[in-house]
Write a protein that binds this ligand. Structure first.
Ligand code: 5RP
Length: 232
């Protein structure tokens, strides 16, 4: 990513935004559980509500969210059992003024997108630092390792500058939960996220890109509290 993730920063704001969205969840719902440090606050709050008697099921978007949900005591289910979710809640790396988002800082965006599009309502949670006028951070693009050379050339043809994401505490590239590579691809300012997303998806071997244009609602927090923005 062109912007480094800063775990530990804005923790109070992340907590406020994450917990605010947890209050949207009602008894009987099946809920998509996103990945990352902000939505982790949502999942932990939901776990406390389950402990108080709330009856829900969750669909995890990664090994990370599965582990947090299990330790929080949230019963898990699958998309095979519940193909339509009541609500999905997730974090983001950047969100523009029209609530388009870039996700995938944790390389979980492929499953996150499937879960988001399986939900009747898709809600993002973030601290204010993620909110920008225009999207301009690198777009994570998950590709089959077999197609990495082709994808690199075609992403460059689309005007992108792809960088193969490297592991930390692991030599070589990051391998996603699905066994694939990720190219963080800098396109500069993105004025047409939907159009760019369609062009990226047309590359053979691209599994999923991190442009999300289906966000219904954003819970964004700063030191003054949580603001709720809805797609206009
Ligand atoms: C994972 C994601 C995360 O939701 C995104 O990176 C935000 O993470 P955090 O809340 O830790 O900043 O898309 O693939």
């Amino acid at each position: 990513m062109s912007k480094e993730r800063t775990p530990g920063s804005f923790e109070e704001e992340k907590r406020a935004a994450g917990e605010s969205a947890a209050d949207l969840v009602e008894d009987g719902m099946v809920v998509g559980l996103g990945t990352g440090s902000t939505v982790a606050w949502t999942i932990r709050r939901l776990g406390r509500r389950v402990g108080e008697g709330l009856s829900i099921q969750g669909v995890a978007t990664s090994y990370q969210s599965e582990a947090i949900a299990i330790s929080a005591g949230i019963p898990l289910t699958t998309l095979s059992q519940h193909p339509v979710l009541d609500l999905a809640i997730d974090g983001a790396d950047q969100i523009d003024a029209d609530l388009n988002a870039i996700k995938g800082g944790g390389a979980a965006h492929a499953r996150e997108k499937v879960v988001a599009y399986s939900a009747r309502r898709f809600v993002l949670v973030s601290d204010r630092s993620k909110h920008a006028h225009c999207l301009d951070v690198a777009v994570p693009i998950e590709v089959l390792p077999f197609s990495a050379s082709l994808a690199r050339r075609w992403l460059a043809d689309l005007g992108g500058a792809p960088t193969l994401r490297q592991g930390r505490m692991k030599d070589g590239p990051v391998i996603t939960d699905n066994g694939n590579f990720v190219f963080d691809t800098d396109f500069g300012k993105i004025t047409d996220p939907e159009g760019l997303g369609m062009r990226i998806s047309s590359i053979p071997g691209v599994v999923e890109h991190g442009l999300f244009t289906n966000v219904d609602e954003l819970h964004v927090a700063d030191s003054g509290g949580v603001q709720i923005l809805r797609r206009g």
